[in-house]
Write a protein that binds this ligand. Sequence first.
Ligand code: ZN
Length: 268
Amino acid sequence: MGGTEAIHFFLAGILGLLVGSFLNVVIHRVPRSSRSTAPAINYLLVPRSACPACGNGLGWSQLIPVLSYIFQRGRCVVCKAGISPRYPIVELAAAGVPIYALICYEATMAAVVVSVLMWLMIAIAAIDLENLIVPDCLVVPLIAAGLLANAFGIIVEADKAIFGAVVGFMSFWLMARVAREFIGRPALGGGDVKFFAALGAWFGWQALAPILLIASVTGLGVGLSLRFTGRLGPEAPIPFAPFLAFGGAVTLFFGEALTSWLITFHPF
Ligand SMILES: [Zn+2]
């Protein structure tokens, strides 16, 4: 690796940490503001970040991504309330995004666009994990952004993207209806339907079946193991967006290998 390349990776990692820090604000505030009519930018920027337990406003030394969490041993400096490990995890994941994008796409527009997509998927997955909702204010722009990016063919051709958004929405909506008939209560949320449409807009219709397969298998595996170990009640809902996001990420980075594997073993 050359010196310039190393600097690129270093700067990408720093940028990713800062974005991750902002994503944590989004993950914390968006679900709490769903009833607010104020523009998103208002509640994301004011007031400044504070400990949710004691309300102590955070100074700069408590806002350093990952490091603050380590030095404070995962606790608020004032009231010693535990801080969710979600904060450093999101920051580290967000830092990895542009580094991996640089490896896959080099310093191109595609690397920037794919990074934004991955960051948004991290936020959507974390919000669903903590609140069991997929907010419209994140997932609807994600559909539009996917169609826009693929109008320039960043990941797939425009026609595959448009068809992907439509097929993603309709197929998942139908599955949600069927699941509700069988289970007798909503099993898949309306937010999941829009998120699947967004994945179709980004990765194209041909990626929807592999994404759904990966998401269902991993979701079922994690859900069942949590239930068998008693960490999740038998009636407790399982958030599906994190598994859809995982399926999307796998398809993005291993899509070609995956597609050729499917074609080789399942000629349809
Ligand atoms: Zn506190």
